[in-house]
Design a protein around this ligand. Structure first.
Ligand code: FAD
Ligand code: NAP
Length: 348
């Protein structure tokens, strides 16, 4: 590349260290802008060279193909700016490159509350709205005021209020109509200055019963402990977290399944289906576990011993991961008539 740009554009760049499944992958071109000017320069470069742009965060919710075409951009801006403060809340503007977990800890240190249950989720702030990250009964949409970024086609800015982001269970507009079209540069959060902890999920509820209601920082520590006891650390056992979403099925379907499988866990969903019927969320991990997949190896991919929703890569490629996922999906469909939806996005 001979053209002058204000940041390095790498050619044939390995992404193996940049995805938590640790699969071999090579980007045709790669850039890591850290500020808006160099981000604009990278986008202009892609336009001038007719390159597709692929946006990468922490690589923790992706299955990478061996070759990724176009320009992969990993926006590294990790600035945090307080933009409003009142007696009961703050508005804080956080750069897409800020580590999500670090943000949770930094917010707690300043007595900004709400994100405790989302501690230890890997990845960057810029990706949090993409699948509306959630854990232990809390979803990030509850704390998002606005999402800002740029259209990849012409670098024009957008700013979407939370109501416009079409947030749903592990879903948003960024996985739907804006998929592949924008880069989120920063997220504006509204956090409470009044502590109000959520201990509705069983392991947290149980501990609160034994030890009393926790402070927000204590709750975050409990969440970290439960996660560390159950989920594989990607730096030791490469994985992409839950590989399938928990299916939401009609209550009538759930009731029929429950007759056959009395232990099937189900959680009522507040929103009614498009036909106005009640729905139930069922645990995909339970379905997979019952079919005997937990701990099983499929070539170089292993279903985690402690959580059947997690696929661990023991040295395979992205295609091996997808093949194992396909086998699991087929078995679940054949056995229960339920079509599992893959959570990690394919990056190619
Ligand atoms: P990436 O994997 O890099 O990208 C994911 C998608 O978002 C891609 O489509 C990418 O193109 C897009 N994207 C990334 N950044 C941007 C941006 N700035 N602008 C536009 N698009 C962007 N998820 C949960 O919801 N709850 C959990 O509890 C949870 N636990 C996990 C535990 C483990 C051990 C692991 C490995 C994963 C877990 N995940 C969980 C999944 C994952 O961590 C989250 O989805 C996280 O938000 C992904 O962030 P990332 O920066 O790694 O995104
Ligand atoms: P778990 O506690 O074993 O529970 C299994 C499933 O049941 C969870 O996925 C959860 O759904 C659902 N569930 C449990 N209690 C519930 C309740 N009181 N109300 C509604 N639903 C309930 O789950 P886990 O695997 O250890 O994970 C704990 C939390 O971390 C979950 O919220 C999970 O989503 C999150 N997590 C997500 C990922 C990811 O990659 N997406 C990875 C690890 C952990 P929900 O998933 O809808 O919460």
């Amino acid at each position: 590349m001979t053209e002058q740009v204000s940041l390095p554009i790498h050619e044939r760049y390995s992404l193996k260290e940049l995805n938590t499944l640790a699969v071999e992958s090579e980007a045709e071109y790669f850039a890591e802008p850290a500020d808006r000017a160099s981000l604009l320069s990278a986008l202009a470069y892609a336009r001038n060279h007719n390159l597709d742009v692929k946006v990468l965060g922490g690589g923790s919710n992706l299955v990478m193909r061996e070759a990724v075409s176009g320009l992969v951009i990993r926006y590294q801006n990790a600035k945090l700016r307080l933009i409003e403060e009142s007696s009961d809340h703050v508005l804080v503007d956080v750069g897409a490159g800020y580590s999500w977990h670090q943000f949770v800890l930094d917010a707690l240190k300043r007595d900004w509350f709400g994100l405790e249950n989302l501690a230890l989720i890997p990845g960057a702030v810029g990706a949090a709205p993409v699948q509306n990250i959630g854990a232990y009964g809390v979803e990030v949409e509850q704390f998002i005021e606005r999402v800002e970024g740029l259209y990849l086609s012409d670098s024009s800015p957008f700013s979407l209020k939370a109501e416009q982001c079409e947030f749903a269970y592990r879903e948003s507009i960024f996985k739907q109509s804006l998929d592949g079209k924008v880069l989120i540069t920063n997220v504006i959060f509204r956090l409470s200055k009044k502590a109000a902890v959520n201990t509705t999920y069983a392991p947290l509820e149980e501990r609160a019963r034994q030890e009393g209601q926790p402070s927000p920082m204590t709750l975050a520590n409990w969440v970290m402990e439960v996660r560390q006891s159950k989920l594989p650390d990607p730096s030791v056992l490469p994985n992409a977290g839950s590989f399938f979403k928990n299916p939401i099925i009609l209550k009538t379907h759930f009731d029929a399944l429950k007759e056959e499988y009395p232990n099937l866990p189900g959680y009522p969903v507040d929103a009614l289906s498009s036909e106005g019927e009640k729905s139930v969320k069922i645990a995909a991990g339970w379905l997979i576990d019952q079919l005997g997949f937990k701990g099983r190896s499929m070539g170089l991919i292993k279903v985690h011993d402690l959580q059947a929703l997690v696929l661990v890569n023991m040295g395979g490629q992205g295609s091996d991961v997808l093949a194992a996922a396909h086998e699991i999906k087929q078995a679940v469909r054949q056995h229960y008539g339920i079509c599992l939806e893959q959570e990690p996005r394919i990056f190619s």
